[in-house]
Design a protein around this ligand. Structure first.
Ligand SMILES: [Zn+2]
Length: 870
């Protein structure tokens, strides 16, 4: 049962905010100067921090990690070495004071030294090949979220300790340096130039940024704001698309939030390595290069869409996250769920042709944080290893592990459901109230609900509690009664989770009788009903699939829906497919429910609908590796997908919709995987032409063509792809070639691909994921795991602490034999820290689910396919 928690959370109040640091001392402004030494990857630094002491203290407690503090003084009085204590385990730096420090203003001064990391953590370096030359170069960058600002300078590194930050750095003379704020002054010094940046407004420490190297830029203005795209030398012109999109998005957000972007400039910075995603540092957003740069001649439509979406997500953070920051990591969803929702909304607004809300199936790149994969979040949320959106966070490791699908994607789904229930205008009004009330400060979820309650006059906190404070989500069962009455029952929806605690939700339901205007019902109990509806027409719940719940129809309701499919919009058809597949996974329905629906669908080239089907077929195809049923299944799966591909053809047609290119690429990939010999031959032909004339192959098709030829590669083809990968200086193209290599199913080639992860052919952050890619795509997860086991130390040196927790478990999720679950548990016991427990549990659950599902599917599939008389 769901019992409303005793108002688990209150509005933001600094003194009550969780965290390790005592709250008597608060930094107001830091001035930090550091001098990187790129010959030995170290730096030296000094800082002064203006403190406001609220009540007298005998010691100062702040954060530091892998730093050596050399000198410390308070109000100009030096403190002895014996007064300084670094606690590496708790990441704390304690300074014992000679006497009581009275309430009031004081100044702390420190000098220190630290290291420049190989992985994207704290201050880090990136090696890359310069565009248009063969020169190997090095650049510096920072990544501080969640808790790594403390690796660059000692600080109160918790989000509610807002302060102003003024950074100064010494860099080589031919370098360009970027931070949150514009450069205030620059002067020559003996070993280069010293650059002083203007002080930031009050913000959280994790939002600081510093990037420097031989950089180029393009710029424009949007109202009072200078906007720039910054890249390594030779690549600035590839930032044109991002620059234009930035101007468009900025204008939209200035209006939506009701508070204009508050800094004088906004930089979009492309990093050639270091980390995989993007980071919303205030005024200086950093991106992995291929997430920002678009080459009109060589980039795919998919890349363009991803760039827009990531920009819109990170820019939403400039308000939701930077201007107003969650008080503590237990409310991370406020940042990430909101930015995911807002970014998708903005992307859809300006690019309706991309069908962004609809395309919520599995993302192709498991390392992507930003995404609209609602279905992926719901799959995870149905398992025993899920957690509520809001969860207690005690340690740094827990803060890092909060960056998951539940935080991003369930958060986004819930906000979308709430917006569609309240209406766009009422919802936006609430957001404006919230931003106005909390700007330059912190907030909790309760603050957001209060603002939305004010704007809507509805008890939002009550509706929301079930969705953010408890795990999971509901299944609504529909039963057709007499006289236009439908009874509704809710229960918790679970997969591979016996004896799950039963829960209830307040569900903002939407429904439509096909052909009539939709209605809403707030379902507040276990049982409810819809009355006086048309008796002879189909009823569909969850209009457009905007709600975060599943629906199970009784037999008469389902048959009527099947007859009505051509009248349903594509959103509703995709929603029916997703729910049917989920019911099969949950063992609530046989596979015939899903394929029965697929076969009744009108033939179509709708991208989102076909992608849903492609994802399911791909999942089954991988699950059946080594099973005798696989060949028959592949023939059946090809018979479903091939007609759509034949309608599209290999080449774009004049006037075709924007999504046709995505769908064509997706089908080539899927049919290639399903062993369609014509497709494989077509891809080989195109690679041959491409080798002599790269422009002969459209950018949209390149990732798929390389994936298919890579999959069935012999030694010669493998070498060709490898050479292309070594030669290019585009990170996007490089990734396409290496993805092709990773898919090779010939075991001798698998053994050639894996060691590349140990070299610097790929940027550090990408190299480690090559092994996971091989585990998934090569059909030899065993070879990938053996390789990882033998080289674990070198691989983990390329990833951060969070990555280390997830690395081994992530490789196991491609297995579907129970014995592997035990192997992972044994491995974890001997080799992994306790902080990896949740990742291990998730992987074990996944292996066990796949093992059981495989057995069940194999027999059901044979029965279904035989009935189809292929
Ligand atoms: Zn984000």
């Amino acid at each position: 049962m769901f019992v409303p928690l005793m108002h688990a959370e209150k509005p933001f109040e600094f003194a009550r905010t969780p965290g390790k640091l005592p709250k008597e001392v608060v930094p107001m402004k830091y001035s930090v100067r550091f001098v990187p030494n790129i010959d030995n990857f170290t730096f030296t630094g000094s800082e002064t921090a203006e403190l406001s002491v609220h009540s007298s203290v005998r010691q100062l407690v702040l954060n530091a990690l892998e730093l050596k503090v050399i000198e410390a003084s308070i109000d100009g009085k030096a403190l002895p070495q014996s007064a300084m204590k670094i606690d590496e385990k708790n990441e704390l730096f304690t300074l014992a004071l000679p006497s009581q420090l009275a309430a009031g203003s004081h100044t702390l001064a420190l000098t220190f030294s630290g290291k420049i990391n190989q992985q994207g953590q704290g201050l880090f370096y990136m090696r890359y090949q310069e565009q248009g030359t063969s020169a190997k170069k090095l650049a510096l960058g920072t990544q501080f979220e969640a808790t790594d600002a403390r690796r660059l300078f000692p600080c109160w590194d918790e989000p509610s300790f807002r302060a102003r930050f003024q950074l100064t750095a010494v860099v080589p003379e031919n370098w360009l340096a970027v931070s949150n704020m514009p450069i205030e002054s620059e002067k020559k010094v003996s070993d280069g130039k010293e650059i002083r940046f203007a002080a930031t407004p009050s913000m959280s420490s994790y939002l600081n940024v510093f990037v420097a190297g031989e950089l180029d830029l393009i710029e424009s203005r949007s109202g009072p704001t200078q906007i720039r795209v910054i890249t390594t030398k030779g690549k600035a012109k590839l930032g044109r698309y991002a620059l234009e999109a930035t101007a468009q998005i900025l204008k939209y957000y200035n209006d939506y939030f009701g508070v204009p972007y508050p800094l004088p400039k906004l930089d979009q910075v492309a990093l050639p390595g270091g980390f995989g995603g993007a980071m919303e540092n205030w005024g200086g957003i950093t991106y992995y290069e291929s997430a920002l740069l678009f080459d009109p001649k060589n980039s795919s439509a998919e890349t363009k869409q991803d760039i827009y979406e990531v920009l819109a997500h990170e820019m939403a953070h400039q308000w939701f996250g930077d201007l107003v920051t969650m008080a503590w990591w237990d409310n991370l969803w406020l940042n990430e769920g909101f930015a995911s929702w807002m970014g998708t909304k903005c992307t859809a607004h300006f690019n309706p042709q991309w069908e962004v809300w609809l395309r919520r199936n599995l993302p192709r790149d498991p390392t992507r944080r930003v995404g609209i994969a609602k279905e992926q979040a719901m799959e995870g949320d149905a398992r025993s290893t899920t957690h509520p959106i809001q969860q207690p966070i005690a340690t740094e490791a827990e803060a890092s592990s909060a960056f998951d699908d539940i935080t991003y994607k369930k958060g986004q789904s819930f906000l979308r459901m709430l917006e569609s229930f309240l209406g766009e205008d009422v919802f936006r009004d609430g957001i404006r109230r919230y931003i106005a009330a909390h700007k330059y400060s912190n907030s909790t979820t309760a603050d957001l609900w209060n603002a939305l309650s004010e704007s809507s006059g509805k008890p939002i906190a009550e509706i929301a509690a079930g969705w953010t404070e408890q795990p999971g989500f509901p299944l609504v069962k529909v039963k057709r009664e007499q006289g236009g009455k439908f009874s509704l029952t809710q229960e918790r929806f679970t997969v591979n989770f016996k004896n799950a605690p039963p829960l209830e939700w307040k569900i903002p339901l939407t429904y439509s009788v096909i052909g009539e205007a939709p209605g809403t019902l707030l379902m507040t109990g276990k049982i409810d009903s819809l009355q006086k509806l048309q008796t002879n027409r189909a009823l569909k719940l969850n209009v457009n699939g905007a709600g975060n719940y599943r629906v199970e129809y009784d037999e008469p309701s389902w048959s009527l829906l099947l007859q009505t499919l051509p009248e349903l919009g594509v959103e509703d058809r995709v929603n029916l497919l997703s729910d049917a597949w989920a019911l099969v996974q949950a063992d609530r329905a046989p596979i015939s429910l899903y394929f029965g629906l697929v076969e009744k669908l009108p033939s179509s080239t709708e991208l989102a609908e076909r992608e849903q089907i492609v994802n399911v077929l791909d999942f089954i195809n991988r699950l059946l590796i080594g099973r005798p049923e696989r060949e028959k299944f592949q023939a059946y799966a090809r018979s479903i997908l091939r007609p759509t591909f034949d309608a599209l053809g290999w080449d774009p047609k004049v006037g075709e919709p924007a999504t046709a290119g995505n769908l064509r690429a997706s089908l080539i990939n899927a049919l290639g995987d399903l062993n369609d010999q014509e497709i494989v031959a077509g891809c080989r032909e195109r690679l041959t032409k491409y080798l002599t004339n790269p422009q002969s192959l459209q950018p949209d098709l390149r990732p798929s063509v390389f994936a298919v030829v890579g999959r069935y590669a012999d030694k010669e083809t493998w070498n060709q792809l490898h050479e292309l990968g070594l030669k290019t200086t585009s990170t996007e193209e490089k990734q396409n070639y290496y993805d092709g290599l990773a898919g090779a199913i010939d075991p001798t080639l698998v053994k050639k691909t894996l060691p590349i992860a140990l070299t610097d052919e790929l940027p550090t952050s990408r190299a480690v994921f090559l092994v996971a890619k091989v585990a998934r795509d090569s059909e030899h997860p065993d070879l990938a795991w053996n390789f990882a086991k033998a080289n674990m130390k070198a691989l983990l040196a390329k990833t951060d602490a969070l990555g280390a927790n997830r690395y081994a478990p992530s490789l196991f999720t491609f297995f579907s034999d129970d014995s592997r679950a035990n192997e992972l548990k044994a491995h974890a016991k001997l080799n992994l820290p306790v902080t990896s427990a949740i990742d291990v549990a998730k992987a074990v659950d996944e292996i066990q689910f796949r093992s059981q599902f495989k057995k069940r599917l194999a027999s059901q599939l044979s029965a279904w396919i035989n009935k189809q008389k292929l």
